[in-house]
Design a protein around this ligand. Structure first.
Ligand SMILES: Nc1ncnc2c1ncn2[C@@H]1O[C@H](COP(=O)(O)OP(=O)(O)OP(=O)(O)O)[C@@H](O)[C@H]1O
Ligand SMILES: [Mg+2]
Length: 485
């Protein structure tokens, strides 16, 4: 059965007793044998059984997290699978009562609680714990200010935990901003994330943009413009780049476009954020072009997203309606071959936040007069972005050496697989505050190590400088081109 079929056939029984007795968990628990097998290789088989997974995500450890959520009354149960993806499965669940369910001593069954018939529904995203699928996740967490103290990037289980935390925090940030609709995050526990279920009724999930039956052409245009506006709001207000934005990771719910799947989203300060943004723009354009919409050039959208101020814009910078109006009126439609040629170059650019990061090959193209994109990127480079990149450099220098210092204290290392400590530990141990802060330096750093670190950073920078065009020359040239306009 295809994913779409599964998705469409998901039905939810309305009988409370069906949900409160924790059916699914019980059903799968007994299938997983954690006893030592007696006939052969006793040592390794116990380990294997402990790590056995059902549907690739429900390993015994994950089951324990789910049970703990049931026991605390967060969720009532898991009803069915909404989606089985590469990295995670998403399940439907009813919300718990907020209290531990009562078990009837005689029957051993959960007591059926009286409900008024309307029960909150949740979507539960369970990240796969298999190693292969998240090998390339590191690049999204590496260089992320908020996860600078995460020392667990080579431990798969911890990496998964960081990943789920990241989605939870990104969702929270988007949801709380109030400028972009997103499911309300409820709880995260290791690889299990609970959030509001976007429902179109009777337990059916609202459709992804890809499956949405547009009423007319106007509506397609409307959602294209909304998507472009949301990219800007996400960047400017939520300080995030989605990094996997597409018709698959947006849901139309109550006539609004909701953003989902934000585990890989990064802050603008992330060294790859502009590349991710460019990729998002390309994917969004590809989809809407396929849908027959006149699209805007990718570089124009890019500029629209990152520019702090908008020319001729009179509306509210936080308001999607104002932005959509502006987009429809002011962004030029991609129409000429020249537009395509410029987008082509834009895709191949090494994106930079400041002149200091400009690569020679791009710089040459720029000075040859092939395009004036860099001018717009750099000349319009606003103070906030610039400050952010400076901050990032500072953070990076700090981060590099402190990891060597603190790694040794990360004793959990790889041995957490058998332990239970994670289940009890504070969920927030691997990340710091949401809001980016200026670091105050490493107070407790050993003087010699600090010295060494600084020297290393200095050497690395001077090495880098060797291959770069001098900053003052770049600045002069940019200024020159700017004054021509
Ligand atoms: N809060 C929600 N409400 C309703 N449906 C949801 C919700 N969250 C996710 N889904 C459904 O589950 C699907 C997968 O979710 P998501 O995109 O977050 O996971 P994923 O890790 O991207 O999985 P994949 O590897 O398939 O891309 C979505 O496309 C959507 O159909
Ligand atoms: Mg997805």
């Amino acid at each position: 059965m295809s994913l779409e079929d599964r998705f469409d056939r998901l039905t939810v029984s309305q009988r409370a007793s069906d949900h409160i007795n924790n059916q699914l968990l019980e059903k799968y628990s007994h299938k997983i044998k954690t006893d030592e097998l007696s006939f052969s290789k006793a040592k390794t088989s116990k380990d294997k059984a402990n790590r056995a997974t059902v549907e690739n995500v429900l390993d015994p450890r994950t089951m324990r997290f789910l049970k703990s959520m049931v026991n605390r009354g967060v969720i009532a149960d898991l009803n069915g699978c909404l989606s089985t993806g590469k990295e995670a499965n998403v399940y439907h669940a009813f919300a718990g009562t907020g209290k531990a369910p009562v078990i009837d001593e005689e029957t051993g069954q959960y007591e059926v609680l009286e409900t008024d018939g309307l029960r909150k529904e949740y979507a539960i995203k369970i990240y796969k714990t298999s190693i292969l699928v998240f090998k390339d996740r590191e690049r999204y967490v590496d260089g992320e200010f908020r996860f600078r103290n995460s020392r667990s990037q080579h431990n798969p289980r911890k990496m998964i935990k960081i990943w789920a935390e990241k989605e939870f925090r990104n969702l929270k940030r988007i949801h709380q901003s109030g400028v972009i609709p997103a499911p309300r995050p409820v709880e995260v526990k290791n690889n299990v994330l609970v959030m509001e279920f976007l429902s179109r009724g009777n337990g059916f999930a609202s459709p992804k943009l890809r499956d949405y039956p547009y009423r007319d052409r106007e509506e397609i245009f409307h959602y294209y413009h909304t998507m472009v506006a949301y990219m800007r709001l996400l960047y400017q207000v939520c300080r995030l780049v989605h990094a996997d934005l597409s018709e698959y990771n947006t849901i139309i719910h109550n006539d609004k476009l909701y953003m989902i799947d934000v585990s890989q989203s990064v802050e603008p300060e992330h060294p790859m954020s502009l590349d991710f943004l460019r990729m998002d723009i390309k994917n969004v354009n590809l989809y809407f072009e396929k849908m027959g919409v006149s699209i805007f050039p990718e570089r124009v959208i890019f500029q629209f997203v990152i520019s702090e101020s908008l020319e001729k814009f009179k509306g509210d910078y936080h308001n999607v309606i104002d932005l959509v109006g502006y987009i429809a009126k002011n962004l030029p439609i991609k129409s000429t071959e020249q537009d395509e040629a410029e987008d082509e170059i834009f895709r191949s650019l090494h994106l930079v936040r400041s002149l200091g990061g400009l690569e020679e090959r791009d710089f040459d193209r720029y000075t040859d007069g092939k395009f004036d994109l860099l001018k717009s990127l750099i000349a319009h480079d606003n103070e906030r972005n610039f400050a952010a990149s400076e901050q990032f450099e500072f953070d990076n220098a700090d981060h590099g050496s402190s990891s060597s210092l603190e790694e040794s204290s990360d004793e959990e290392g790889d041995n957490s697989s058998g332990g239970e400590e994670d289940e009890e530990s504070d969920d927030r141990e691997y990340y710091e505050d949401d809001e980016p802060k200026i670091l105050k330096g490493k107070k407790y750093e050993d003087k010699d190590i600090k010295k060494l670190r600084k020297q290393e950073a200095k050497d690395a920078k001077s090495e880098k400088r060797k291959t770069k065009v001098k900053k003052h020359i770049k600045k002069k040239l940019v200024k020159k081109t700017k004054s021509k306009k």
